[in-house]
Ligand binder design. Structure first.
Ligand SMILES: Cc1cc2nc3c(=O)[nH]c(=O)nc-3n(C[C@H](O)[C@H](O)[C@H](O)COP(=O)(O)OP(=O)(O)OC[C@H]3O[C@@H](n4cnc5c(N)ncnc54)[C@H](O)[C@@H]3O)c2cc1C
Ligand code: FES
Length: 268
């Protein structure tokens, strides 16, 4: 974990209220793992606390965040220009387990499923990047991504996942694209097919309601392991203030330090 000043390398508007910022930092690019986050401080009196953002992707020496404009901090971020300086603490937290872990390697021989609700796609693109980088080695796990959004105009990163070798299924609340319903409903349908016989790894990120309903679905499929990234309001971001706790089956956990990625079965 480092505290550093880094320059905005690029900024682009992805949808009406979602933006992507590239941050130049060879160190962050080298050290970051999927599921970890950056804690960003803004030079603006209206924003006292740092704000957490998942590492969305890494290209050579640039790390990206993908964010939704929600309030003051994200509004300021969306108006930054190339060359602006950012005060960044990171990479922070425990990310998704993948590859290095032999248990993971064994269990994902068959399938990897990514389940994203809205802006929850952000960390899953980086994970798909890392998994895709394994292609050409001795095994090539199939990836199936379920993208949930309110409407077609809000579907994020479909092309990124496809370029990274994943099949993509889209679900929209209003039915304007793909399946009408949520990403979790879509996963549930998929699990009714032959996939339910297999062991698989499910990685998820989205609103807590989505993670709760995902956990209800997974109860019927004990062969599935699910790691999920949780969002919570944060203070320090480094385990000191207890501002980010969530209740797990083993007591309270700090999202910033123990997470943000947890085994979903440890939480619900
Ligand atoms: C580990 C982690 C990773 C995150 N990664 C991303 C990411 O990749 N992209 C992204 O867009 N956001 C992400 N977030 C959420 C992001 O930190 C908040 O959206 C941001 O801090 C809002 O700041 P703001 O000043 O613009 O909004 P505020 O003025 O603080 O809030 C505006 C509105 O948004 C709601 N809000 C703010 N923060 C959250 C939150 N954490 N959960 C639910 N509602 C919230 C508030 O209730 C309020 O209604 C992440 C959060 C965590 C904890
Ligand atoms: S934000 Fe301070 S302990 Fe997690």
């Amino acid at each position: 974990m480092k505290l550093l000043k880094a320059k905005v390398n690029s900024i682009s508007r992805v949808t009406s209220n979602v933006y992507r910022i590239g941050i130049s930092s060879p160190l962050l690019a080298r050290k970051s793992l999927p599921g970890q986050f950056l804690h960003i401080k803004l030079e603006d009196k209206r924003v006292l606390l740092r704000r957490p953002f998942s590492i969305h992707r890494v290209d050579r020496t640039v790390v990206y965040i993908l964010f939704k404009r929600r309030g003051v901090a994200t509004d300021i971020l969306s108006n930054l220009k190339k060359g602006a300086s950012l005060d960044v603490l990171g990479p922070l937290g425990n990310g998704f387990s993948y590859f290095g872990d032999t248990a993971w390697r064994k269990s994902i021989k068959e399938n990897i499923m990514l389940v994203a609700g809205g802006i929850g796609v952000a960390p899953l693109v980086f994970l798909a990047q890392k998994i895709n980088a394994l292609r050409g080695t001795d095994y090539k796990p199939p990836i199936l991504t379920f993208l949930g959004a309110r409407a077609k105009s809000e579907v994020l990163c479909e092309g990124d996942f496809k370029r990274l070798g994943s099949k993509v299924r889209v679900a929209t609340d209003d039915g304007s694209m793909g399946f009408k319903g949520t990403a979790t409903d879509l996963l549930k349908n998929q699990l009714r097919t032959k996939i339910c016989q297999l062991k698989a790894y499910v990685y998820a990120c989205g609103p807590q309601d989505m993670l709760r309903s995902l956990s209800a679905v997974l109860k019927k499929f004990p062969g599935l392991v699910c790691e999920a990234s949780f969002e919570q309001f944060m203070g320090c971001g480094v385990g000191v203030c207890y501002g980010c706790v969530i209740e797990s089956k083993a007591g309270y956990k700090k999202v910033c330090k123990d997470g943000p990625v947890f085994n979903l079965r440890d939480i619900y």
